[in-house]
Design a protein around this ligand. Structure first.
Ligand code: FE2
Length: 408
């Protein structure tokens, strides 16, 4: 997508816009959309599949995917799309044939839920409550035990060194065996890095280094963001996680309210961080959650006045370019489509959602399982998606602040 005719202007061209008039004409999906929000059983062994068409004989390997697979525990339902318990899927491709396998990740969250037959650890949009069988005194102390952070790694899976880790967006990642799909080990990233959590969408460099971003406590207990690096496989066979490091720190626009970060951009020479107006209210998080059974979703808020900030960082040497900060109108952003450098420009393509209203507010399971007409109506009142390209020009020899320019 190279539409480079608008250098230095404020013109933005929409690559794709799925507006109200388009959505109204979307037909009911034939396969039954509710099915994907139903609990499934794991498999004891891989199943053969029927292949439609022909797979190239040279295509060989495994596709691993994560997702929610258990949407209630006993009589207690999970409420949000991101709450279901992590299920790992594997499609194994060999000599034109495919087998399919799936297993639940034995996270602490899952194992304890299965053991106690209730939601034990608070999920993204579902609060856990103390065991009702306990007496009032033990329940009181349960409230004050502090926050138990979920390790329900349903979002993504990626390699670190020679190992594979299932991940969510907290500080916990889970090592899995990509052959048997068995759960091997829970890892706390806080043992290695100064972050409160990291995104589920890291970047892997050509040498195998893994880069990610997460919020952290910076100077004077202000919130900040750390870009971190986990090095490639080590020659001595040691765990690369032990050599993890913070590459650079970026400031937060609000001292106690870091933005929700779902992904970031990495080019050959730069990191791009888009700080959106969806905020995590840390004070609310700390004061209310452990007392009243608040969940993660309750701690988000939208700042309608702060807009969206673009931040730029050089990779070598790692340095935050304060003078290159740029503010634009507020939008939600979750996924970066691409980021790259082109003739001295840093270009970043984003899936944006217009406005400050948090898109995750529309992803409660009750909404997703509604009648199709209701699902469409809800989608039309939600922020509308828009693919945008932003480009930062004049990097070579630039002096002083220059603008991030949305371009088409
Ligand atoms: Fe994502």
């Amino acid at each position: 997508m190279n539409c480079g005719a608008y250098h230095g202007t404020s013109l933005m061209v929409k690559f794709g816009y799925y507006g109200r008039e388009v959505l109204e004409n979307v037909e009911h999906p034939a396969a039954g959309y509710r099915k994907i929000f139903e609990t499934v059983e794991e498999l004891n062994e891989p199943l053969p599949t029927e292949v439609t068409g022909v797979l190239p004989s040279w295509l060989s390997g495994s596709l691993l995917r994560m997702g929610p697979g258990l949407f209630e525990v006993g009589a207690e339902p999970f409420h949000h799309l991101f709450d279901g318990q992590a299920l790992i899927h594997k499609f194994d491709l060999r000599s034109g044939h495919v087998t399919y396998h799936r297993r639940f990740i034995r996270s602490d969250t899952y194992v304890r839920a299965m053991t106690e037959k209730r939601v034990v650890i608070t999920e993204f949009g579902t609060a856990a409550y103390p065991d009702p069988c306990k007496n009032i005194f033990s329940r009181f102390f349960t409230y004050f035990q502090g926050i138990e952070v979920t390790d329900n790694c349903l979002v993504n899976i990626y390699p670190i060194g020679e190992d594979f880790y299932a991940v969510t967006e907290t500080n916990f990642i889970t090592k899995v065996d990509p052959d048997s799909l068995e759960t091997l080990k829970k890892v706390d990233l806080c043992d290695y890095l100064s972050v409160n959590g990291v995104t589920a969408h890291p970047h892997t460099d050509a040498d195998g280094s893994v880069y990610n971003i997460g919020n952290c406590f910076g100077k004077n207990m202000s919130l900040a963001y750390n870009i971190v690096k986990i090095p490639p496989p080590q020659k001595d066979g040691s765990d690369p996680l032990k050599r993890s490091e913070v590459v650079v720190q970026l400031p937060s626009s609000e001292r106690f309210k870091p933005s929700y970060v779902h992904s970031f951009g990495m080019t050959e020479n730069h990191f791009v961080f888009v700080e959106q107006p969806v905020k995590i209210n840390l004070l609310k998080f700390l004061s209310s959650w452990s007392l009243r059974g608040t969940n993660y979703m309750d701690c988000f808020e939208s700042n309608e006045y702060i807009g969206t900030w673009f931040h730029l960082v050089t990779r070598e040497p790692a340095a935050y370019l304060d003078s290159h900060k740029f503010r634009t109108s507020g939008f939600n952003v979750f996924h970066h489509i691409n980021a790259y450098e082109d003739q001295g420009f840093v270009v970043v393509d984003l899936c944006t959602w217009k406005g400050c209203d948090f898109v995750y507010n529309y992803l409660y399971l009750a909404n997703m399982r509604a009648e199709w007409e209701q699902v469409k109506e809800s989608a039309m009142t939600a922020p509308q998606p828009e693919v945008r390209r932003y480009r930062r020009d004049g990097l070579a020899g630039a002096r002083g602040p220059l603008l991030w320019t949305p371009t088409g």
